[in-house]
Design a protein around this ligand. Structure first.
Ligand SMILES: [Zn+2]
Length: 370
């Protein structure tokens, strides 16, 4: 049973059946969103038992568009620790590096691959800067689905090796992440290949970062949730999670969301300062933080909406600031990849105080040379 009611275009509001295979709105090319029966969830699901249950990604199943819970494709992702900082009062680190393939991407992938299996898909393609590719490769291996990953040549060697380990086919792309995305879309036009990536189902899975943070704080909200921003899927997913917790009366208000981009790849920061509702893509993004090197964020429109509705803040940090934050995190016993340190770097740069959750998106082993 799924409590998903429809897939809806964020831009023009056109609705589609929750079972349709669709990646963008066929009317306006806008990004899509899944809508649920929140009244039913509030009435039937949200009990004290639900609230007390062990924290894990699939605990929040009513908020995922999955029909059959018996056939999910899982590696027991999520349930990652929320670790208080030793050095900055009030700061907490959500350590996503301990997920099965070393990044938060596994949360989106478990939902996306489960959905692909449900739809009878046998072959998928995915453009990735590395982490999503590694995650898709692992979960597809488990589901016995063939995967092809379009990987820009700037991706770290380790991520490439991680993808190969699962016998996924890698197509190297000389160019940007956007060039890789364009190649996957072409493949879809040529033959029946299911696209994985920062589309609606993935975002639905990545919501669990938001659910877990609030759950781990005993259903209290922090002052800020700070996240690195590349394609802005995680950022908009966490906003949606908080919105949904509010809809089902689990929280009374939505905390402020803070997005952090790399200085050399900051289209959302520019749009935020201009008060715009869409971005101007950065054509030649430059940053060492490969995981957030996305000049034309897929979920820009959703992220700007999330910023407006959470009194959010968008900021950018230099590569140097990211590396300094990464170094500081090692003093807390945490080793993350450069992009993952962007949240901490941004929080400190903005001088945030109070209860500040910094999401550390990927493990240091992902990019150990930096
Ligand atoms: Zn539309």
């Amino acid at each position: 049973m799924t409590l998903a009611q429809a897939i809806r275009c964020v831009r023009c509001k056109k609705t589609f059946s929750p079972q349709s295979i669709i990646f963008e709105c066929d009317a306006c090319k806008g990004p899509l969103d899944v809508v649920y029966d929140y009244a039913k969830i509030r009435r039937n699901i949200i009990t004290d038992d639900f609230k007390r249950a062990y924290v894990s990604h699939w605990k929040y199943w009513p908020f995922y568009p999955v029909a059959d819970l018996q056939s999910i494709v899982t590696l027991h992702e999520g349930g990652t620790p929320l670790i208080p900082s030793n050095s900055v009062r009030g700061y907490l680190f959500k350590n996503e590096g301990v997920n099965p393939t070393g990044s938060f991407k596994d949360r989106g992938t478990t939902v996306e691959v489960t959905k692909a299996k449900e739809l009878g898909v046998t072959q998928v393609a995915c453009a990735s800067t590395g982490n999503m590719g590694a995650s898709v490769a692992a979960y597809c291996a488990r589901a016995r689905i063939k995967s092809t990953i379009f990987l820009p040549t700037f991706a770290s060697k380790i991520k490439r090796q991680q993808i190969s380990a699962f016998d996924s086919q890698i197509v190297p792309v000389r160019g940007t992440y956007e060039d890789a995305v364009a190649k996957t879309k072409k493949l879809r036009e040529q033959k029946h290949v299911y696209l994985m990536g920062d589309y609606a189902y993935r975002g639905e899975g990545e919501k669990s970062v938001g659910f877990e943070i609030i759950d781990q704080l005993n259903w209290n909200i922090p002052d800020y949730v700070v996240m690195p921003v590349g394609n802005a899927t995680l950022f908009s997913a966490v906003y949606k999670a908080l919105y949904e917790l509010h809809e089902v009366s689990l929280i009374k208000r939505i905390p402020r969301l803070v997005g952090v981009e790399a200085k050399g790849c900051n289209p959302l920061v520019v749009a935020y300062h201009e008060g715009a509702t869409d971005i101007e893509p950065v054509k030649h993004p430059r940053t060492i933080a490969s995981a957030i090197n996305c000049g034309n964020p897929v979920d820009a429109v959703k992220a700007l909406y999330a910023l407006r509705h959470s009194h959010g803040i968008m900021c950018d940090v230099t590569d140097k600031e990211m590396l300094a934050a990464k170094k500081e995190l090692t003093k807390e016993g945490l080793w993350v990849e450069p992009s993952a340190a962007a949240s901490y770097a941004g929080a400190k740069k903005l001088g945030l105080s109070g209860d500040v959750v910094c999401v550390l998106t990927g493990h240091g082993l992902k990019d150990p040379t930096m």
